[in-house]
Write a protein of this length. Structure first.
Length: 276
């Protein structure tokens, strides 16, 4: 039976690796705001200038692993995917602990939701599948048979159940709820803010990493941060769309909008965040 399960796991691993690589390269090639890739996956743990290279390198590794499973009849080629997914499981767990606002980036910018137990569970399931393939020694072009078909279906169902990306697909297929009624966790809106040009423009003047106040009004989530010069920077994050607007204004101690100075133009300036 283990041989049958391993034979069923092989095509699942190959397709998952190929899709992950294609999605990452598509994300890199897509025109996005500067810093978009730095909000996805382990790239958030390294300098922003290396995020693009890290995404490309990960995609190439996935292509090499998928090709190795198909054409290389050697134990190393069969065990490397297990090492890759085991490392991915640990990285996602550590990422959830250290940067709960970041997306896993498993399938590029489609995987921009904060890392949760579902993403970690998917990586763990893929690790188990890869371990079965390595232990059984199965390799080459997969053949779907009567014995393997139910296991392939069950494996795919398990991965889909552990894929938070499905929630986004389902929500798009449903009738769209007006943005003022659409739920949006404050943490995700804060993640959008920290990936925007407005945040980078004002970050040097902020005195705290966490907001001193926050509230929601219809389609906007507002965050207040204390700033130098006895002032506050108020950010407004649009909750609609994948790349919504972010606006910022500097408010002085007297409650009036500050003029041009160290903080720049006091008018509300619109920008596009790097990830949604």
């Amino acid at each position: 039976m283990l041989s049958t399960i391993a034979a069923a796991a092989l095509p699942i691993l190959v397709v998952t690796l190929a899709l992950g690589g294609v999605a990452k390269l598509a994300t890199v090639g897509r025109e996005t705001s500067p810093g978009a890739l730095a909000r996805l996956g382990p790239a958030v743990l390294m300098p922003e200038r290396f995020a693009r290279s890290a995404m490309i390198a990960c995609a190439l590794v996935e292509f090499v692993l998928a090709t190795g499973l198909l054409v290389v009849d050697h134990p190393v080629a069969r065990w490397l995917p297990g090492v890759f997914f085991a490392l991915a499981t640990y990285v996602l767990w550590d990422l959830r602990r250290r940067r709960p606002d970041a997306g896993c980036g498993c399938f590029g910018d489609v995987s921009d939701a904060p890392v949760g137990l579902r993403s970690i569970g998917r990586a763990a399931a893929l690790t188990a599948m890869a371990a079965l393939v390595g232990a059984d020694g199965v390799t080459g072009l997969p053949h779907v048979t009567v014995e393997t078909a139910p296991w392939i279906g069950g494996g795919l169902a398990l991965l889909l159940a552990c894929s938070p990306e499905i929630d986004g697909v389902v929500s798009r297929l449903r009738r769209r709820v007006p943005c003022e009624q659409r739920p949006m966790p404050p943490g995700r809106a804060l993640s959008r803010l920290r990936g925007s040009a407005e945040w980078r423009a004002h970050a040097g003047a902020l005195l705290a990493d966490e907001p001193s106040d926050m509230w929601r009004e219809l389609c906007w989530r507002f965050f207040v941060f204390p700033a130098r010069g006895d002032a506050e920077v108020v950010f407004a994050v649009d909750l609609g769309g994948r790349r919504p607007a972010v606006r910022a204004v500097v408010v002085g101690a007297d409650g009036r909008i500050a003029g041009s100075g160290d903080h720049g133009d006091a008018s509300l300036r619109e920008s596009t965040p790097v990830s949604a």
